[in-house]
Design a binder for this molecule. Structure first.
Ligand code: SF4
Length: 196
């Protein structure tokens, strides 16, 4: 795509942003500085506080951003409620265009294996299409890494990793009262070995 600059949302997307910049042939720069004394922002109770939280957490660098067509790389979108404030922060700092690229596939399914992520209703990619998310967060364009692209980047065969939050293919069967590994589903002792 045509852009002047690639930046990452620090720190989790920095490596992906550098890789994107190299592949796309677009200069990479730091455009957001992270305030290390601010905690996670998505737990803030409303949009106004969340916007304030993002503004406290990241300092945009206007000298880098003004008038630029910026590709900003983030590692994922879960609920989507910090993406819009981040896009807005970059625009207020003078970015001419903000193109958001996500270094994971859309997260459309919850994690039942222990990552405290979100419920189906809370996951923005479960509720909305990519185009609708793009409109909701106010980015000029939005793009995700595909599941195939992610597996290719990992250089391991599909099946070596859990991909459930992206694909909906859980390594466990859901049963009333708990979850069962697929291997136990296939054997004859399912009821006795049901996970609680
Ligand atoms: S890949 Fe699997 S274990 Fe990891 S967060 Fe997604 S659903 Fe949970």
């Amino acid at each position: 795509m045509d852009a002047d600059l690639v930046i990452g949302v620090p720190d989790s997307a920095t490596a992906a942003a550098i890789g994107y910049a190299q592949e796309a042939g677009i200069p990479y720069s730091e455009g957001l500085m992270k305030n290390r004394y601010i905690g996670r922002t998505f737990i803030q109770p409303d949009d106004r506080l969340r916007q304030a939280g993002v503004a406290l957490k990241f300092n945009p660098l206007p000298q880098v951003l003004v008038g630029k067509r910026v590709v900003v790389v983030d590692d994922s979108i879960v609920r989507g409620n910090t993406s819009a404030p981040t896009v807005e922060l970059l625009r207020r700092a003078g970015a001419g265009e903000v193109h958001l690229r996500i270094s994971s596939p859309p997260i459309r399914h919850p994690c039942f294996m222990g990552v405290d992520m979100a419920t189906y209703d809370e996951l923005i990619a479960h509720r909305l299409s990519v185009q609708e998310i793009e409109r909701e967060i106010g980015a000029d364009t939005l793009g995700y890494l595909s599941l195939e692209g992610m597996i290719e980047a990992l250089r391991r065969p599909l099946g070596r990793f859990c991909t459930a939050c992206f694909s909906g293919e859980y390594p466990f069967e859901q049963k009333a009262g708990g979850f069962l590994p697929r291997e136990l589903q296939r054997c004859g002792t399912v009821e006795r070995q049901q996970v609680r």
